[in-house]
Design a protein around this ligand. Structure first.
Ligand SMILES: Nc1nc2c(ncn2[C@@H]2O[C@H](COP(=O)(O)OP(=O)(O)O)[C@@H](O)[C@H]2O)c(=O)[nH]1
Ligand SMILES: [Mg+2]
Length: 445
């Protein structure tokens, strides 16, 4: 039973129009009332009602609102009181101090959400969805975390768990009445049902490929010989003079990273040192870094100067990147075209900033393998992905067992899969995991 009252500032520390201080716990109403005097003496303190008055801070006071959420209809499921005061650093901190003076204690990071989880207001994955919403850096990340906090994954997992429960009772009936032919039919049916659940897990896991890009953005390495226009291309994509462009070979030495958002997805461009044979010590290191950037990238933009013949170095670069998802760009199309390239390419002029939208669209398509993102659930959280991978592995093992004792052995294994899936919603997860998850939350959430 959690009965102490926790308090924290819910808004960022700094100079803000309004600052919100939140309290949760059985006595939060009494504690908050001790430090608040309403302007209207006859007002009744009903839940969900904003009441204007003085927030008493010892000798001084601030003017603000008092809002009371009665359990269980609150974020944490407990009695919650929020003060909306002026958003200054000192004011908000004074209110917290006063609340502590009146009997509350300072909340730990994520403690409000943790209480919401422990009181059954949120599943673990929903709580993680909330923190992802706060941390979202792009529109699609926001969308994915929104699905999570809405409980879409919880719903899917619970459906799978229900199916597993049905399978378990099927097995039990059969173990109690082991007539030979019934057993055979049941065995096949169980196998089919387990296979269906495995397929569902697999299709969920399939979305994690897109999820990875949504969460981390797409890393795109801009690669090619020196002076083909890689840095000019970065500038043209970003729409600003970001990287240094000169006609001196070896201008770019370190990797330059520039980001933009396209269709709600974050693109991280890595402009690299041109690949060529060189004795320059610094440039050599740069080239080594280029190779690492290629390795780490999701997509490579290979730039070739179309105003010159394709030479050995271009061919080496094509070879070096042939196993990557790659877009070949024939640059400087404003000049006379000389290069002969066989294969798919896009003609561009980085200098005149042509075809930048076409490049972005091509990157988007290539990263998502041409699949259109819809509103459905997309896995972005590595913990959820790992739990599902393990559950899938367990199902594979059960299905691989073709022995005649299939039924006897399966019940326990099926129960284990059920529990594994429960780690997503938090139903079957140990305290350490829970504490670790909530400690990553911000203070006041
Ligand atoms: N005519 C023309 N020149 C370009 C184009 N893109 C880049 N350049 C020029 O090529 C030279 C090298 O460009 P830069 O972007 O520094 O190439 P990098 O070494 O590959 O990064 C500069 O003088 C640019 O102005 C283009 O599309 N057309
Ligand atoms: Mg450059």
């Amino acid at each position: 039973m959690i009965d102490d009252v926790i308090v924290a500032i819910a808004t960022p520390l700094g100079k803000n129009g309004v600052g919100v201080i939140r309290m949760s716990g059985q006595n939060s109403f009494d504690i908050a009332r001790k430090m608040f005097v309403p302007f209207n003496k006859n007002v009744s303190f009903l839940p969900n009602k904003m009441i204007l008055g003085k927030i008493i801070l010892g000798e001084i006071f601030d003017t603000g609102y008092f809002v009371y959420f009665k359990n269980p209809k609150s974020f944490t499921g407990e009695d919650v009181v929020e003060f909306q005061a002026h958003g200054g650093v000192v004011v908000t901190q004074k209110i917290v101090e006063q609340a502590i003076h009146c009997g509350a204690r300072l909340a730990e990071p994520g403690e409000f959400s943790k209480r919401a989880f422990l009181n059954g207001k949120l599943s673990l994955d929903q709580a993680e969805g909330i923190i992802d919403t706060i941390n979202a850096e792009s529109e699609l990340e926001l969308k994915a975390s929104g699905e999570l906090s809405k409980g879409e994954l919880t719903k899917k997992v619970k459906e799978m768990q229900d199916n597993l429960t049905d399978i378990l009772s099927e097995i039990e009936v059969n173990l109690d009445y082991p007539e030979h032919d019934i057993e055979y039919i049941t065995k096949e049916k169980i196998r089919e049902n387990l296979q269906t659940i495995k397929n569902e897990i697999e299709s969920l896991l399939e979305t994690s490929k897109q999820g990875k890009f949504i969460k981390n953005g797409i890393n795109i390495a801009i690669v090619g010989k020196t002076n083909v226009g890689k840095s000019s291309l970065l500038n043209s994509l970003l729409g600003e003079e970001f990287a240094i462009v000169t006609d001196v070979e070896g201008t770019t030495r370190d990797v330059v990273i520039g980001s933009l958002e396209y269709k709600g997805m974050k693109f991280n461009f890595l402009d690299t040192a041109g690949l060529r044979k060189t004795d320059d010590k610094v440039e050599k290191i740069g080239i080594e870094k280029t190779k690492q950037a290629i390795e780490k990238s999701d997509i490579v933009l290979l730039v070739i100067d179309s105003s010159r013949d394709i030479d050995e170095q271009d061919k080496d670069n094509l070879k070096l990147t042939k196993n990557k998802k790659r877009i070949v760009l024939l640059n400087k199309c404003d000049l006379k075209s000389v290069a002969k390239f066989e294969g798919e390419f896009i003609k561009i002029s980085a200098k005149q900033k042509t075809n930048t939208e076409e490049i972005k669209e091509k990157i988007y398509q290539l990263a998502l393998d041409g699949k259109i993102l819809n509103n459905s659930l997309i896995l972005t959280n590595i913990r959820h992905i790992n739990v599902l991978l393990e559950a899938k592995e367990m199902l594979c093992k059960i299905l691989a067992d073709k022995s005649s004792v299939f039924l006897d052995c399966t019940a326990m294994d099926v129960k284990e899969v059920w529990e594994k899936l429960g780690e997503i919603t938090g139903e079957s997860v140990n305290e350490n995991v829970i504490n670790k998850i909530f400690s990553k939350f911000c203070l006041g959430k």
